[in-house]
Structure formats: structure tokens, C-alpha cells
Design a protein around this ligand. Structure first.
Ligand code: NAD
Ligand code: LMR
Length: 329
């Protein structure tokens, strides 16, 4: 059976995450082994040539599922008819740059991209923002796409989720597949809260299995929360292949569903659950059925977790207020 290709737009396609991501999309890891894709690469004019080089390499792989590649520096063209939008390109923080400058520079990217998605995206569009500050960039894009259902705009905390899985598996000497129901709450930043109190390891509560509050508090949480900085320190560049892998996981599960008896972490617009102000794009435990995600309800949040969730959410409120003050939303 010939299926209509799914239009997947990747921004920042010539960057390092783009390079790790595009080949996996084209080989069927994003949507499935029987789903053809058409890639749309959006870059700034100076990087279009490099994106063309990546496209040549994609051609050279002769991927059976890749039905075509378009390269453009025009957001309207890039998002016309898009089904899956991966917003990776962003303005990185450079020396001497204040937080406000960073938010403003990214507003200049995510506002027009939100408008272009609003103007041309397919009805079923799903948006994942990877470019930092991811949660607030997603909020900016979403606020400029009033005709797209708000819940279609998400940001990535799956890398944090995967990092937490690996750290816990190492500590307990188990496989990552033995761990279920782990949650990242809040912002994709150092304030995020990786929660083991609801996670399970071979059916046992993970915090109890660890039975080491000092490790949980002084090693596990900071290691996961500061892993991005540790990678930059070690590699001299921010995480790329692991970030691309997490983007694949995020969209794959959003489209194809989460496993029975498990959940994943996604930063999504809050509906007010767990005291997170409505509308903030914050990470929650979610399950996905028939392509629609829902927040896992009814988890008991103890004082330890509450304080950490609240701190990360407070940072998101600050970011939202800052972009509001800049007139970006
Ligand atoms: P990179 O600098 O290698 O690539 C970014 C690319 O984006 C560049 O090619 C640049 O030309 C392009 N770009 C800039 N503005 C653009 C625009 N307006 N439209 C289209 N393209 C544009 O960076 P990278 O390592 O690929 O990382 C990309 C982003 O992802 C960064 O913001 C990084 O901090 C973030 N990141 C997020 C996570 C996460 O877990 N959410 C993890 C790792 C990295
Ligand atoms: C990561 O978590 O690896 C990145 O968000 C780090 C960064 O600042 O790009």
C-alpha cells in the first residue's frame, strides 16, 4: 500500500542536533518503519548551503521511506502543510548575554515560526520545541498560533527523562527496561525535578529500592538536572545525538502511544493539574493513547517533591512574565 508521506519540518537543520536527527527520521525511527516522510529543512540564509550538504548525504543513503527533501530559509514555506514540526534552531546564549536578551533573541525566532505554523500547518500538526529555553520558546510559538489547538505545542524533557533512567539503572544495577513511571517535572533547566517517588523498578517503588535519600538528593537530582552542562564541559559542545534521540522518542510515543503500565515525560501546556498554573508549558508524566496525550492524574505529591516542583514552576512563571514584559506574548 502506498501511503501519503508525512511532512516533517526540522528547523536548525544544519546544526549539530539536526545532523544527528535527520537520518533517523528518514530511516523510519520517528514515525515507524512503514511511514514515508518528506523532509522540510529550515535554516537561516548563511546555513542553507550546509543544509544542502546534509540533504546530499540523505540522498546518498537511499532511504526507502524518504520521499523528498525541501530546503528553505522561509518559515512560511517550511511549515506549509507540516504534520510534525521539530523546532530545533534557536539562538544560543553567548558570553555577556543577559537572560532577557536571550529570551528576546529567541522571541525573534519563535514568534514568526508560530505565525507560520498558524498560517499553513496541517490540521493534525504536532510541534516539539527542542531549542532552548525550550519550554518558553514553545509558549511563544504557541501564543502566535491561535488557530492551532494549544496542546499541539510541546517542549522536550525526554532527554532529562532518559538521563534519569540511565542514572537510576546504573545505581541499582538493573536494565533501563526494568524502570517504569519515572517523571521529570517542570522546566528543561537546572531547576527540573526528576521524581523517583512514583517510579517503579521491577514493580518495587524506586525511591524505596534506592533507599538512600542522600544519593537521591545530592547526587541523582543534581546529576540529571546539570547533565547538559556536564556534557558541554566534556565535549566542548552541547549534547547532540542524545538530544536527537530524545526528540525521536518524544514524537514517536506521541504518535504511536506509550507502553501499557508506563508513562513518559513531556513538557505540555498545563491544564492546572498538580497546581501548575494553566497554560504554562511544564513537564508532566503523560500517557498517550490514539495520538492524544493525557496527564497522569492522582499522584500523591509529598513535601519534598512539592517544593521542587514549585521551584521549577516558579522559574517558568518568571520566564513567561519576562517574555510578556518584552511584548513577545
Ligand atoms: P547548533 O548551533 O549546532 O545548531 C542550531 C542551528 O539552528 C544552526 O544551524 C543555526 O543556523 C540554526 N538556526 C538559528 N536560527 C534559526 C532560525 N531562525 N531558523 C532556522 N534555523 C535557525 O545547535 P544544536 O546543538 O543543534 O542545538 C540546538 C538547540 O537545541 C539549542 O538551543 C540547544 O540549547 C538546544 N538543546 C535542547 C535540548 C533539550 O533537551 N531540550 C538538548 C540539547 C540541546
Ligand atoms: C542539554 O540538556 O543537554 C541542553 O539543553 C544543554 C544546553 O544548554 O544546550
Amino acid at each position: 500500500m502506498t501511503r501519503t508521506p508525512v511532512n516533517v519540518t526540522v528547523t536548525g537543520a544544519a546544526g549539530q542536533i539536526g545532523y544527528a536527527l535527520l537520518f533517523r527520521i528518514a530511516s523510519g525511527h520517528l514515525l515507524g518503519p512503514d511511514v514515508p516522510v518528506r523532509l522540510r529543512l529550515l535554516e537561516i540564509p548563511q546555513a542553507v548551503k550546509a543544509a544542502e550538504g546534509t540533504a546530499m548525504e540523505l540522498d546518498d543513503c537511499a532511504f526507502p521511506l524518504l520521499s523528498g527533501i525541501d530546503i528553505t530559509d522561509d518559515a512560511k514555506t517550511a511549515f506549509d502543510g507540516v504534520n510534525v514540526a521539530l523546532l530545533v534552531g534557536a539562538r544560543p546564549r553567548t558570553k555577556g548575554m543577559e537572560r532577557g536578551d536571550l529570551l528576546e533573541a529567541n522571541g525573534g525566532i519563535f514568534k514568526p515560526q508560530g505565525e507560520a505554523i498558524n498560517a499553513g500547518a496541517a490540521d493534525d500538526v504536532r510541534v516539539l520545541v527542542v531549542g532552548n529555553p525550550a519550554n518558553t520558546n514553545a509558549l511563544i510559538a504557541q501564543q502566535h498560533a491561535p488557530d492551532v489547538p494549544a496542546e499541539r505545542f510541546t517542549a522536550m524533557t525526554r532527554l532529562d527523562h532518559n538521563r534519569a533512567l540511565s542514572q537510576l539503572a546504573k545505581k541499582l544495577g538493573v536494565s533501563v527496561t526494568d524502570i517504569k513511571k519515572l517523571t521529570i517535572w517542570g522546566n528543561h533547566s537546572a531547576t527540573q525535578y526528576p521524581d523517583l517517588f512514583h517510579a517503579e523498578v521491577k514493580g518495587q517503588n524506586a525511591a524505596q529500592a534506592v533507599n538512600d535519600q542522600a544519593w537521591l538528593e545530592n547526587e541523582f537530582i543534581p546529576t540529571v538536572a546539570k547533565r547538559g552542562a556536564a556534557i558541554i564541559e566534556a565535549r566542548g559542545a552541547s549534547s547532540a545525538a542524545s538530544a536527537a534521540n530524545a526528540a525521536i522518542d518524544h514524537v514517536h510515543d506521541w504518535v504511536n502511544g506509550t507502553a501499557e503500565g508506563d508513562w513518559v515525560s513531556m513538557a505540555i501546556p498545563s491544564d492546572g493539574s498538580y497546581g501548575v498554573p494553566e497554560g504554562l508549558i511544564s513537564s508532566f508524566p503523560v500517557t498517550v493513547t490514539d495520538g492524544e496525550y493525557s496527564i497522569v492524574q492522582g499522584l500523591e505529591i509529598d513535601e519534598f517533591s512539592r517544593a521542587r516542583i514549585d521551584a521549577s514552576v516558579a522559574e517558568l512563571v518568571e520566564e513567561r512574565d519576562a517574555v510578556k514584559a518584552l511584548g513577545l506574548i
